[in-house]
Write a protein that binds this ligand. Structure first.
Ligand code: MOS
Length: 765
């Protein structure tokens, strides 16, 4: 990741002064925030009554299906749709020859290099044509009946081979995606010369997939010149911007809605071709059109977390002080990357080190695109950095926890030494170790049979402080109920619940009386994408500010009506309460509110604090069991200590941490895209052959330990980000635990049974 660049559209300027609640004092004792309350939409989500986009059916709605290139690299010579057009139920067909479909889709330095339907398909699964029909089955049958003639071209699917002389060029300008990105401070040669111990190794992490529960898709409808899109997206406002650019329409004529969303992890931060194709069909047929990808299509076309090759060299003094870190990263960005997704950020910032040099090189290959995925680049960086820290510790005969505690910074070294607002890195490591029982576990037995036990840990940080723009409206109605109006999508993380808790905290209105309008560009206000672990720290302060504005007005009405100073009143359990004697008047009984019918508060996010950076930190600990006969790695227990500022909602917090760890577990031991070198095709593009952890694989003992530092400089709620930190060090902690168990280190992941057995055999163990 290029330092400082956000990986999604950054459109919001800092909020204007006023309406930001910047003058609100930090919460003292809270009554709702910080309490383990169930999700406000838990029943709908768990019972199936929630209407996801996939569930939608509009009158007259057509269904689209997409014809995809079966080759890794091919030129489309001819597309014959004559048979498909005559099939039952078929209403429209689009190919690269359709004038309205001549839409630029991917641009290099010199302008567009690829189109919605490109005559040059650069990876398996690239879109070639599409069909709309009355039923999904008719559309799929007709798509299969489209006959395409290809000129199959040589391809390259290995990013290290792609840089060799004579490799097939994926994009016309060659296979380097961007110049090498270099970061440097101090003098690494001098740093290594001053070191007492040096560790140098090359690590590989696999390409893995987001595999969100909900596949990608849209329902699209035109009403004259107005376009409505119900989309599986992490952010309706930025999707609206993209659609406005594609169709050259005013923002005001486009409505994007995403009321329930089933996970994205970064694969839904960008408008999909399926959305644009559905919009073209809808205009051609004057009907609503639905297109959803199949599970298999998502593996080919919905993005991935690309493999990383990381060479890392580290030097350390006898006392554990780091003297130098040097690293070279490379990885396959696919044919049309939406993000480079390499990140050496933690090497430059997590530990104190005066001499650092990092280099990142992204490489085009003939495969599906690299996309942001939950802390893009960071888990792979942790895999290399945190295993290196353990090796340094071993060389110094120092405890790995102690080595890390020796090197804790209080400033952001990568950001010219500006201070962090808060850093709980030390507490994460020290308190996590205590809760885990680290010292006892490290002294304990590894076992002596064929099943060995071991423990490992890894620390981490996230490098993005959020886009500080969001506008929220809170409305108090005459009966004391509340509408919370905010633009953010709840992508499964519990955003609605957290924000409702903030309203409830400020207004003393119970959660059941708060209804939420959200994620609809026609009825709600700008919020950034639900990504980058930013929504709580960006939107919750705006929600608080809006609720506080309503509160101030309500208390002043109540003060006049009850002939009390406003300062002598507070809001509790749906009533105005006199602080002195507890005398209560239900909000609904206030005559002055009845006369007005409605109070409105508008809240905005204040800018980030000047001259500081607000980032979250983490340390995770794992105990594993390794079966040296089967090669199976089982994680028995984990402790995850997180400094994400104030823990706003302990239940959704724990959900994030367990989910993040589970994704890290997949990266560590089972998940990997397998590409066939003969054909350039993905051989495990389905949920049977691609192994994500299941409920049987995650540890039954998991402890989520929030380091509950309220970061009141970061924002008025004290919260920092959590979603991504939750997965950053997980795989590395597991790899360190495996090494502790069997004395063999796995530089390359995932640590599958086959890899364990092969490695043990090679070691003659
Ligand atoms: Mo993301 S990679 O959706 O924060």
């Amino acid at each position: 990741m290029r330092t400082g660049e956000p990986y999604f559209a950054q459109t919001g300027a800092g909020a204007p002064a006023g309406q930001t609640g910047a003058d609100l004092p930090p919460w003292g004792e809270t009554r709702i925030v910080g309490k383990p309350l169930p999700r406000v939409d838990g029943y709908e989500r768990a019972s199936g009554t929630a209407v996801y986009v996939r569930d939608m059916a509009l009158p007259g709605m057509l269904h689209g299906a997409i014809v995809r290139c079966p080759h890794a690299n091919a030129r489309v010579k001819n597309v014959d749709v004559s048979k498909a057009e005559k099939m039952p139920g078929v209403r429209a067909v689009i190919t690269g020859q359709t004038p309205a479909a001549k839409i630029p889709w991917y641009s290099g330095d010199k302008g567009p290099t690829s189109w919605l339907f490109d005559a040059h398909c650069r990876h398996e699964g690239e879109e070639v044509a599409a069909v709309a029909a009355d039923t999904p089955e008719q559309a799929q049958d007709a798509a299969r009946a489209v006959s395409v003639e290809y000129e199959v071209l040589p391809f390259v699917v290995d990013h290290e081979k792609a840089l060799e002389a004579g490799a097939p060029a994926v994009q016309e300008g060659g296979n380097r995606f961007g110049e090498p990105s270099v970061y440097q401070r101090g003098d690494v040669a001098a740093g290594f010369a001053a070191a007492d111990a040096v560790i140098e190794n090359t690590y590989h992490t696999p390409t893995v997939f987001h595999t969100a529960m909900e596949v990608h898709g849209s329902v699209v409808q035109w009403d004259g010149d107005r376009l409505t899109v119900w989309d599986t997206t992490q952010g309706v406002f930025n999707r609206r911007i993209e659609l406005a650019q594609i169709f050259k329409m005013p923002l005001s004529s486009i409505r994007v809605v995403s009321l329930y969303m089933g996970g994205g992890f970064g694969s839904k931060l960008e408008v999909g071709k399926y959305t644009v194709i559905a919009a073209l069909f809808a205009r051609m047929t004057n009907r609503p059109v639905k297109i959803f990808l199949s599970r298999e299509e998502t593996f080919l076309c919905a993005g991935n977390r690309p493999a990383n090759r990381i060479w890392l060299k580290a030097g350390v003094k006898k006392d554990g002080t780091l003297t130098a870190l040097e690293a070279r990263f490379s990885g396959p960005a696919g044919a049309y990357p939406s993000w480079d997704a390499l990140s050496s950020y933690q090497i430059s910032d997590l530990y104190l080190c005066p001499n650092v040099r990092t280099e990142e090189q992204n490489v085009f290959i003939n495969a599906g695109k690299a996309r942001p995925m939950r802390a893009p680049g960071f888990p792979a960086c942790s895999w290399a950095l945190e295993q290196t820290m353990d090796q340094l510790a071993a060389k110094l005969a120092m405890d790995p926890v102690e080595l890390r505690l020796k090197n804790i910074p209080t400033v952001s070294q990568i950001e010219k030494n500006i201070p962090y607002t808060t850093t709980g890195l030390r507490q994460c490591i020290a308190e996590g170790a205590k809760t885990f029982g680290w010292s006892e576990a490290r002294r304990g037995s590894r076992g002596d049979g064929h099943v060995r036990r071991g423990t490992g840990m890894a620390a981490g940080m996230w490098g993005w402080a959020g886009e500080p723009s969001a506008i929220v409206i809170v409305k108090l109605l005459a009966d004391g109920s509340v509408n919370l109006n905010m633009g953010a999508s709840d992508i499964g993380t519990g955003t609605k619940t957290v924000m409702a808790m903030v309203v409830s905290e400020e207004l003393g209105v119970p959660l059941e009386k708060i209804a939420i309008e959200h994620a609809d560009t026609a009825t709600t206000q700008y919020a950034p994408d639900s990504g980058g672990s930013q929504i709580t720290l960006v939107c919750a302060p705006a929600v608080r500010a809006a609720a506080a504005a309503v509160k101030a007005e309500l208390l002043s009405l109540a003060a006049a009506e009850l002939s009390q100073p406003a300062a002598a009143l507070r809001l509790r359990d749906g009533a105005v309460e006199q602080t002195a004697d507890g005398k209560r008047v239900p909000i609904a009984d206030l005559k002055s509110l009845g006369e007005r019918q409605l109070l409105i508060g508008v809240g905005r996010r204040a800018p980030h604090p000047a001259g500081k950076t607000a980032l979250p930190f983490v340390a995770q600990f794992a105990e594993v069991e390794v079966n040296t006969r089967t090669g199976a790695v089982k994680v028995l227990r984990m402790v995850a200590a997180h400094d994400s500022g104030r823990a706003m909602s302990p239940l959704t917090y724990k959900n994030q941490v367990i989910g993040g760890f589970a994704q890290g577990l997949g990266l560590a031991i089972s998940e990997q895209r397998v590409m066939d070198r003969q054909t350039g095709k993905v051989v495990n593009a389905n949920w049977h052959d691609y192994k994500i952890p299941t409920a049987l694989d995650v540890p039954t003992s998991h402890t989520c330990l929030p380091i509950d530092l309220h970061d009141t400089e970061c924002n008025t709620t004290g919260a920092k980000g959590l979603g991504e930190p939750a997965t950053i060090p997980s795989a590395a902690a597991i790899a360190n635990a495996v090494c502790n168990a069997i004395g063999v280190r796995f530089f390359d992941g995932p640590i599958t049974p086959a890899r364990v057995l092969e490695t043990l055999a090679r070691k003659g163990a």
